[in-house]
Design a protein around this ligand. Structure first.
Ligand code: ATP
Ligand code: MG
Ligand code: MG
Ligand code: MG
Length: 575
């Protein structure tokens, strides 16, 4: 490729909404261009990276015996109604209707469609095992799209689905995928960790996330440096000796104001008569995984000031929470096994930002807690800039230094970016959709399934979080938009330089090297700045002076300075 024919568009400054380094650098390097919240154009330079990620994933999926197909982005709602996810999935699922008023969804994942294929096509145990995969556009109406491609609303995922005759075979298929994922992430050249994740209602240990280690990661991961124990925070909390965090959290006691903890006390503290003006609204929130299974339930009790009719107050949006529903205090007490009256009118597990359709939207410095001595917290601000839930680390039940569940040391905590997820599903979808095959005895049996995702467009962002410096991106060779850039100095002035550059370019092309010749005629400073920002790993600079000595200058993106290399030896440097 020649730069004059390609499309290069770099920026000096990152847009103001870019918070993390990968987002900033992807924008500045012209890899992506924003079209809307969480929706991006993949520009030519960025698309080359994405295509390389796809190629590696495709190669390893094929090697592992999976077969590629493509399922529609727009899917009939009927299938999603069969599993109940059309209703259950919450606002992340984009529902649309056509001119006839028929409902559809924009696929956030494809269990329903692939199960529909299987129930029609896989009739006999002889056709099993089978693993179908696709590399396809997804849409999830994320509560908080951010960080560029890291958490987009439209993004590309590789999703695979295995079909097996029994549990043992399904677990074997799962292990084949988990192995393939290790090969894939090894090939990307990234530091990652496979961590145990919650497998929801199915239970068992057959759910792992592949987390690229990065300080900006949205997930907390817990591991034991002395062993191979690793889990995401949710799983680690579920396994902790004290179990999932109780409500109200012990941590609340830390900031409690002694003696002001009953309904009446709190009302008094606020200067409000209890009976008439203090009313409570209880929200129970379910954190679901991608299969709509509840993995965590949290409770939020909100105090509303004034004479609001509870039935009139609608909570439109609770930022920080993906799914929520209203519940009564009694229901919540029952759920947590609290004695009746334990929960007070206001309680809070973690601060969240809340937006309601009345002036109660902004609530400052409230006192929240439970109806038991010393269990409330003060200074809670609703509707203000609050710390991200994860920043409230001391509310966790698992902290660094806790003993590892395997008894082999103490736990450490680091942050990660979930780039892949393997998940044993059992017969959840096949039973719901009556997808069966005939076994050896001619009896119909539901398929044993697994599903396996990789965030194709999230991966380049994760790679940048791990590989960059103050000048820009440093791509691992495997996914660089170009492996080598040839930078001729004064190509327009010197026929020797021009010829040498064209010759090297042609040779590299002939050897199958992914090379770009920068023939734009830019000054060296501007040219180098562009390629350092874009992050091409190998650079060959050709100038009059060095040519006279029969050498060119080679510099790896991580090298502090260039080294002189004989023209004939350059190819060896980029392999
Ligand atoms: P997250 O916890 O980050 O929301 P998830 O658990 O909902 O991800 P999965 O349903 O497991 O995601 O999907 C498989 C993979 O798709 C994830 O491991 C991730 O790499 C990628 N992915 C999920 N959501 C997004 C998104 N909004 N933008 C980009 N990639 C995503
Ligand atoms: Mg998600
Ligand atoms: Mg996740
Ligand atoms: Mg996941």
């Amino acid at each position: 490729m020649k730069a004059s024919q390609f499309f290069i568009s770099t920026l000096k400054e990152a847009p103001a909404d870019a918070e993390v380094v990968s987002h900033k650098l992807m924008m500045r390097a012209g890899l992506i261009k924003k079209l809307g919240a969480g929706i991006y154009n993949y520009m030519p330079m960025g698309l080359r990276v994405i295509r390389k990620v796809e190629a590696i994933v495709r190669e390893e999926m094929n090697r592992a015996g999976a077969v590629e197909c493509t399922m529609p982005v727009i899917q009939p709602a009927e299938l999603w109604q069969e599993t109940g996810r059309f209703e259950k999935m919450g606002p992340e699922l984009l529902r649309i209707s056509d001119r006839h008023g028929r409902d559809f969804v924009v696929q956030p994942t494809s269990e329903e469609v692939v199960t529909d294929i299987a129930r029609q096509e896989l009739r006999s145990y002889k056709q099993l095992p089978k693993n179908f995969y696709q590399i396809q556009t997804k849409f999830r109406d994320e509560r908080r799209p951010r960080f560029g491609l890291m958490r987009g609303r439209e993004f590309i995922m590789k999703d695979a689905y295995s079909f097996d005759r029994d549990q043992a075979a399904a677990k074997a298929s799962y292990q084949v995928m988990a192995q393939a994922y290790r090969r894939i992430f090894d090939r990307f050249g990234l530091t990652y960790r496979a961590v145990a994740a919650d497998s929801g209602a199915i239970g068992g240990d057959l759910s792992e996330e592949f987390q690229v280690i990065a300080a900006t990661g949205e997930d907390a991961i817990v591991y034991c440096p002395g062993s191979d124990y690793a889990a995401n925070m949710e799983k680690a909390e579920a396994l902790a000796p004290q179990g999932p965090r109780p409500f109200p959290s012990q941590a609340m006691a830390k900031t409690a104001t002694p003696g002001k903890s009953t309904c009446a006390d709190v009302a008094e503290l606020l200067g409000l008569p209890l009976s008439r003006t203090v009313k409570s609204l209880v929200l129970a929130t379910d954190t679901t995984n991608e299969h709509g299974e509840i993995v965590k339930t949290q409770v939020w009790l909100l105090l509303l000031r004034g004479d609001h009719d509870m039935n009139e107050i609608k909570v439109n949006k609770v930022a920080g929470l993906e799914n929520f529903r209203f519940a009564t205090v009694a229901e919540i007490e029952d759920y947590f096994g609290c004695k009746p009256g334990y929960l007070g009118p206001i309680g809070l597990q973690k601060p969240v930002k809340i937006v309601v359709d009345r002036e109660v939207a902004v609530m400052a410095d409230w006192v929240c807690g439970a109806n038991e001595a010393d269990f409330h917290i003060t200074g809670v601000n609703w509707g203000r800039d609050l710390p991200e839930p994860d920043a409230v680390a001391d509310l966790r039940n698992v902290v660094a230094g806790d003993p590892s569940p395997d008894g082999k040391g103490v736990l450490a905590i680091e942050r990660g970016i979930e780039v892949g997820h393997v998940f044993y599903l059992g017969t959840k979808y096949s039973r719901a959709m009556n997808a069966t095959f005939l076994d050896e005895n001619g009896k119909p049996q539901p398929f044993e399934m697994g599903c396996y995702g990789i965030g194709i467009t999230r991966l380049p962002a994760a790679a940048i979080e791990q590989n960059h410096d103050e000048r820009g991106i440093i791509w691992p060779d495997a996914i660089a938009p170009f492996t080598v850039v040839i930078c001729p100095i004064g190509m327009d002035r010197s026929e020797e330089v021009k010829q040498a550059a064209e010759k090297l370019y042609a040779e590299m092309l002939a050897q199958g090297v992914d090379v770009l010749l920068d023939d734009r005629g830019e000054r060296p400073g501007a040219m180098f700045a562009d390629w350092e920002l874009i992050g091409v790993p190998h650079r060959v600079t050709i100038g009059d002076k060095s040519l006279k000595e029969g050498v060119v200058e080679y510099q790896h993106r991580r090298d502090a300075a260039a080294t002189k290399v004989a023209v004939s030896d350059v190819a060896a440097h980029v392999k």
